[in-house]
Design a protein around this ligand. Structure first.
Ligand code: FES
Length: 250
């Protein structure tokens, strides 16, 4: 495939998602570069391209998905090409080109889970999340709720076939999932979000108080008059001892 801008654009066209508000925007920081270099260093010289997948995973972990801006940077870090990175990103279903929701549900649709009740779970989860199942297509298998809190994807075997239906929520696997269990999981997610928000609000309040305190201290330092330096005292002039009158000659 010739590596023209059009070919790359077609594969890496940005797909906006309400989930973006829950993730930081892709940005190359010294920490991100250091992590990428650390991953590249795990492979012998000349094999830097082997680090493409580990770096993709790291980027997805940090930013929720692999954005079009991230791909050329990954390519540069691995001495690869943007089209090579785009090829990997589009090949693996577990790699997202679109930002998921804060809580991403992967429902196993493979035969064992489907027969155990997974098929019926999908429409139920859709209705709970307020998403349209018709939006889940082969080209775009992920649907995100309008508030960005939830996303849903039907996936292949999660390697826990004996205990289906299986649903993975972010990094946690839930087995023998029922509608009731979905309710519980979603309630726990909301609780987690509330706790996170409370913590963030407290941290914000603390930072504002620290800023106010620092400002007040700076203002007080400005108002305090500079101590006047005392003039060094001149050393007292030495008194020249009076000359003794010479004894009169008799
Ligand atoms: S079939 Fe669902 S985990 Fe294997």
């Amino acid at each position: 495939m010739s590596e023209t801008p059009n070919a790359i654009d077609a594969i890496t066209a940005p797909v906006s998602s309400p989930g973006e508000k829950f993730f930081p925007k892709f940005e190359v920081t010294p920490e991100l570069t250091a992590k990428a270099q650390e991953l590249v260093a795990l492979y012998p010289e000349g094999k830097e391209q082997s680090a493409v997948l580990p770096i993709i995973h790291h980027v997805q972990e940090e930013f929720g998905y692999v954005s079009p801006e991230a791909m050329p940077w990954i390519a540069e870090m691995c001495k690869s090409t943007p089209i090579h990175v785009a090829g990997i990103v589009t090949f693996y279903p577990g790699i997202h080109r679109k930002c998921p929701g804060k809580f991403h549900f992967r429902v196993c649709r493979t035969i064992a889970c489907a027969l155990a009740g997974g098929e019926e779970l999908l429409p139920y989860i859709c209705s709970k999340m307020g998403v349209d199942p018709a939006e889940m297509t082969d080209e775009e298998p992920m649907v995100v709720s309008p508030d960005g809190l939830w996303s849903l994807e039907a996936v292949e075997c999660l390697a826990n076939c004996g205990f289906g239906p299986n649903v993975m929520v972010n990094d946690t696997l839930h087995s023998q999932v029922t509608r009731g269990k979905i309710d519980e999981i979603m309630a726990a997610c909301k609780k987690e979000l509330a706790a996170e928000r409370k913590e963030a609000a407290a941290a914000k309040k603390e930072a504002a108080a620290a800023r106010k305190e620092a400002k007040a201290a700076a203002a007080a330092a400005e108002d305090t008059p500079e101590p006047v330096a005392e003039e060094p005292q001149k050393p007292a002039a030495r008194k020249t001892p009076a000359k003794k009158a010479a004894p009169k000659k008799k």
